[in-house]
Design a protein around this ligand. Structure first.
Ligand code: SAM
Length: 199
């Protein structure tokens, strides 16, 4: 994939739900967390501040990237948090031990092969509201935000045998193709990410 694709509109995860994500993934100081599509940067920043890990956010919206990078400097977190202005479909994820996805399932499906080939044993993936097609969640958790909106968190873990997937791989040919955003729009029948609260 050579061009940058917009795979989801910006919609931030509420702070209380961010904490639930990080607890579900059992983030610890030795972890390296990646947030694919990091928005305003809150997940990598909170992960470093409250869970002590190093973290990386990848974001292809320039304004959001600049905002996140400035926050890192303001909070003096530059030794632990970094933001990359770029396309997560092209990112090297091999150093990640925790990956957070707040993207549609179709987008998660596009990322699946990259995650499966690059993540090491013991790595965790938490998908917010939209599962990863073809993967079996170790745990599914419903959480209610401060604003009283329910979110579903899917926890996946890479085993030492490399297993993350079910035996029935998703047919990627059936996923939306092209350079359009991957089926995500305000009118998407699947789910309107922008319809969620921005807390
Ligand atoms: C639903 S928001 C999630 C923001 C943040 N992770 C959170 O949970 O608060 C999805 C983000 O992905 C970004 N995005 C979409 N496609 C991308 C791509 N191909 N590479 C990098 N970022 C992308 C969007 O700009 C948006 O900020």
């Amino acid at each position: 994939m050579s061009t940058v694709r917009s795979a989801a509109h910006f919609c931030s995860t509420p702070w209380s739900v961010v904490r639930e994500i990080l607890e579900l993934a059992e983030v610890h100081p030795e972890d390296i967390l990646y947030d694919l599509g990091s928005g305003d940067g809150r997940i990598p920043i909170l992960a470093a501040q409250e869970f002590g890990c190093r973290s990386v956010g990848i974001e292809n919206d320039r304004d959001l990237f600049v905002y996140s990078a400035k926050r890192v400097l303001e909070l003096n977190l530059q030794d632990r948090v970094s933001f990359v202005y770029g396309n997560f479909f092209e990112a090297d994820l091999s150093s990640a031990t925790v990956v957070v996805l707040y993207l549609l399932s179709a987008v998660n499906g596009h990322l699946r092969a990259r995650l499966a080939s690059q993540l090491r044993a013991g790595s965790r993936v938490v998908a917010v509201d939209f599962d990863v097609p073809g993967w079996r969640a170790e745990r599914t958790l419903s959480v209610v935000s401060d604003g009283n909106v329910e979110y579903t968190l899917y926890l996946y873990r890479r085993s030492s045998s490399g297993a993350l997937c079910k035996d029935t791989p998703t047919n990627s040919a059936s996923l939306p193709a092209g350079n359009a955003n991957t089926g995500i729009s305000k009118d998407s029948p699947a789910r309107n990410l922008e319809g969620k609260e921005n807390v």
